[in-house]
Design a protein around this ligand. Structure first.
Ligand SMILES: *[C@@H]1O[C@H](CO)[C@@H](O)[C@H](O)[C@H]1NC(C)=O
Ligand SMILES: *[C@@H]1O[C@H](CO)[C@@H](O)[C@H](O)[C@H]1NC(C)=O
Ligand SMILES: *[C@@H]1O[C@H](CO)[C@@H](O)[C@H](O)[C@H]1NC(C)=O
Length: 380
């Protein structure tokens, strides 16, 4: 493109976009196209050094369709790969943090009673339940407790495709059973409700993406979302003495969670903890914590499904030299959902090998959850 009079190579482009923008209200598809092109163009000029500029959207504004909110979400998902949701009715981050700390402070033998099978062979569950921090896993150092959407024992259907993975996706939750019954009850009630709140936000995000890309049926790929998981996380302070620390290959930073991208939609609570970093233009930047709200980031499958018009940002957790707590919620498509076609009907990179979500997870999940899973835990 020829440089404009002010030396800005995008000058002409801006003029064209302004013209398109002026005509856009009369042509809905053009409108959408103009929004997309505008934000793509503006991303060239995004200054990533201060992530405090990322939008904080009120819960009530994301739940209902609102073009002004949609375009903010689109801008931030396109430029940064994430945004915040705040002012969530009936959500109390402080209460969750308190219960989360308490559950990880329980004695090891108590936690062992609700550990996943890899750590307690007497238990059935593979993915929902407790996993201790283990030093030799390499890519992450954290204690975990996973909660899913299911409260009844699934039947095992040997004849179905990917029967092991399918069964694990529907595992019945295990809940802590301690000598304090009021704690047990409060824990279960709080996180069951916390699960539902996050599902409603994640669905709102998918609906928003569906509107932005003219694909209102996108939400139908999420009807069952069997694999969805609320993950309680404690990253214990690491001793600097003698421990083999995990360091970034990029900048040698000590990490408790190695660089990765998520799968679909993540609704994350980092409370008031620093440590989360995201990669822009080749360097990692500090992501401001979610406080009393949530940080929403999208994963590689949604990047594919939107033909790369929103980005899954690569991120990691650095060691902050004290205990760190976080709760990601991973919202997923239905087990049998098609991931092979984008909103525009193009073939997706993920879908070339694994056309359905459940199949895709058999490869992805063991790689990102080495504390809980073996390579072949979900079958092959
Ligand atoms: C980006 O923002 C930072 C902090 O606000 C500022 O110090 C820096 O000069 C900006 N960089 C550019 C290229 O505008
Ligand atoms: C039992 O749990 C409740 C609710 O979490 C808590 O308020 C109370 O202090 C606990 N009691 C004991 C003895 O730890
Ligand atoms: C490292 O070891 C020294 C000597 O054993 C001890 O005084 C210090 O507290 C240890 N530091 C950490 C961070 O564990």
């Amino acid at each position: 493109m020829a440089p404009g009079p002010d030396g800005n190579p995008y000058f002409l482009y801006t003029i064209v976009l302004l013209l398109v923008g002026a005509l856009a209200p009369f042509f809905p598809d053009l409108h959408q196209y103009a929004i997309l092109q505008y934000y793509r163009f503006n991303t060239h000029q995004t200054n990533f050094s201060d992530l405090n500029v990322v939008s904080k959207i009120r819960y009530n504004d994301i739940i209902l369709p609102n073009p002004a909110v949609d375009s903010k979400v689109l801008h931030d998902m396109n430029a940064f790969g994430f945004f915040y949701v705040i002012d969530i009715p009936e959500y109390d981050a402080t209460k969750e943090l308190e219960l989360l700390k308490h559950v990880f402070e329980l004695p090891s033998d108590v936690k062992h009673t609700f550990a996943v099978r890899k750590h307690n062979p007497n238990n059935k569950n593979v993915y929902r339940g407790y996993g201790p921090a283990v030093d030799n896993v390499g890519t992450q150092y954290k204690e975990v407790f996973n909660i899913g959407p299911h409260e009844t024992e699934p039947a095992f259907d040997e004849s179905s495709d990917f029967s092991h993975a399918r069964h694990i996706s529907k595992e019945k939750n295990v809940w802590p059973s301690t000598d304090n019954k009021s704690f047990d009850e409060e824990f279960r009630d709080t996180f069951s409700k916390g699960f539902r709140i996050r599902v409603s936000i994640a669905k709102a995000v998918i609906n928003c993406i569906g509107r932005l890309f003219n694909s209102p049926s996108l939400i139908n790929r999420f009807t069952h979302h069997e694999f969805s998981t609320l993950g309680l996380r404690k990253y214990p302070k690491r001793s600097r003495n003698g421990t083999k620390l995990t360091r970034s290959e990029l900048d040698n930073e000590v990490l408790t969670e190695l660089e990765h991208v998520d799968s679909t939609v993540t609704v994350l609570s980092t409370f008031f903890n620093p440590g989360l970093q995201a990669l822009y233009d080749g360097s990692y930047r500090d992501v401001p914590p979610s406080g009393g709200g949530f940080l929403i980031n999208i994963g590689t499958l949604l990047e594919d499904i939107t033909d790369n018009r929103i980005i899954s940002v690569r991120h990691r957790v650095k060691d902050i030299q004290r205990d760190r707590y976080a709760i990601p919620f991973f919202f997923n498509p239905s087990f049998d959902a098609d991931i092979s076609t984008s909103v525009n009907g193009n073939p997706t990179p993920a879908g070339k090998e694994t056309p359905t979500f459940g199949h895709w997870m058999t490869k992805y999940l063991p790689a990102v959850e080495p504390i809980l899973l073996e390579d072949d835990s979900l079958g092959r």
